[in-house]
Design a binder for this molecule. Structure first.
Ligand SMILES: *Cc1c(COP(=O)(O)O)cnc(C)c1O
Ligand code: SF4
Length: 347
């Protein structure tokens, strides 16, 4: 595990902007697991894994906000965020096995808030039992699987008791950063609770290189006990901002039975400007991907709008307008097509 400048310099030669981070570090700590460190090519200063995990002094530029999704004002208990009517997000811990420099929850991640306590679990469960309109809960953070097996046991039990109909999303990057975590005792625990109601595995894999054999084997453990897997990538400059990289990633994800779910536009969070891709470029990539990928392999390009505006799908528009009772479309190949409005007869 790499936690200090000295340990990091045993692996790579720091660039100017990386070295300067240590003079005035941002609030998000340095932590890179051995698994991830081994994926970084020390010869390549622009390595896509390095860009995600090695800190950079540009993180300390004080632009934008720390809470663009206004999660604090949507919190209904100490740890539960109820932003959308039928689903809620529970912050199970601020800890991760490695910290991503693009983390959108850096107001909270790595801040010493620690693992969710039993009292906080009870509070969240109390709210969920009174709000049966919530049928999905995202167990997120931080990384859920930094919790001990005992605490996970308490958490699953409390939530499943609060509402029998809940779908629980297990949001984790540990399948990439620390796949060893998914040992027999943890998988037995998860399997035990999966009989009471569905779990969904939600991964974050941003570059094809992260799909290692160990990662795929960890995902397989979930699949083999009937838990489907979905991936949420973040569109990141110098990491995956090309149709070729994302095409390879999505095809390999699908082949390994992980459905590409979202491709997120980087949130407007402080310290991530240098990793953000312009929306116009993102839309160009989305349009190209839609030509190359099957419907199953295609993620939805999505932006979480600032000031808590919520998630919105971004996609190239093929409908140009309406004229004389017909909708006018431009096909992906650039040709025009007409489709009648209701009631319009052929003449
Ligand atoms: C993204 C998000 C969800 C889940 O949204 P989906 O579109 O269903 O994936 C739920 N709660 C919060 C607070 C979120 O940010
Ligand atoms: S794994 Fe998630 S919560 Fe943890 S640092 Fe990365 S983006 Fe943030």
């Amino acid at each position: 595990m790499v936690k200090s400048r000295e340990e990091l310099e045993k692996h790579i030669t720091l660039k100017e902007e990386e070295r300067k981070w240590f003079d005035d570090p941002s609030s998000l700590p340095l932590l890179i697991s051995d698994n991830l460190m081994s994926l970084i090519n020390p010869e390549d200063p622009e390595d896509p894994v390095r860009r995600q995990f090695v800190p950079d002094c540009r993180e300390c530029e004080h632009s934008w906000t720390l809470d663009p999704l206004e999660e604090v004002s949507h919190s209904v208990t100490g740890r539960l965020i109820h932003r959308y009517e039928h689903r809620a997000a529970l912050l199970t811990t601020d800890r991760c096995f490695s910290y991503c420099r693009h983390c959108f929850r850096r107001r909270f991640t790595g801040t010493d808030s620690g693992a969710i306590s039993k009292e906080e679990i009870d509070q969240a469960a109390g709210y969920l039992s009174l709000h049966k309109e919530i049928y999905e809960v995202l167990l997120t953070g931080g990384d859920l699987f930094t919790l001990s097996d005992d605490r996970l046991d308490y958490l699953f039990s409390a939530l499943k008791n609060a509402n029998k109909n809940l779908v629980l999303r297990l949001c984790t990057r540990a399948i990439v950063s620390y796949p060893q975590r998914f040992d027999d005792s943890l998988m037995k625990l998860i399997e035990k609770y999966s009989h009471d109601g569905p779990f969904m595995l939600m991964t974050q894999i941003n570059h094809p290189r992260e799909l290692t054999e160990e990662c795929i084997a960890a995902v397989r453990k979930f699949l083999s006990i009937g838990i489907p897997a979905f991936n949420q990538s973040v569109l990141l400059k110098g990491v995956n901002d090309s149709a070729d990289t994302l095409e390879e990633l999505c095809i390999r994800l699908l082949y390994n039975r992980i459905k590409p779910y979202y491709l997120f536009q980087c949130d407007l969070v402080q310290g991530t400007d240098h990793l953000r891709v312009d929306v116009a470029k993102g839309l160009e990539i989305e349009r190209e991907l839609r030509k190359r990928l099957s419907g199953l392999a295609m993620p939805q390009y999505t932006i979480d709008l600032p000031q808590g505006g919520g998630k919105v799908i971004l996609t190239h528009q093929y409908l140009d307008g309406v004229c004389d009772g017909f909708y006018i479309f431009t096909t992906p190949d650039g040709e025009q097509r007409f489709y009648p409005q209701e009631g319009r007869k052929e003449n």
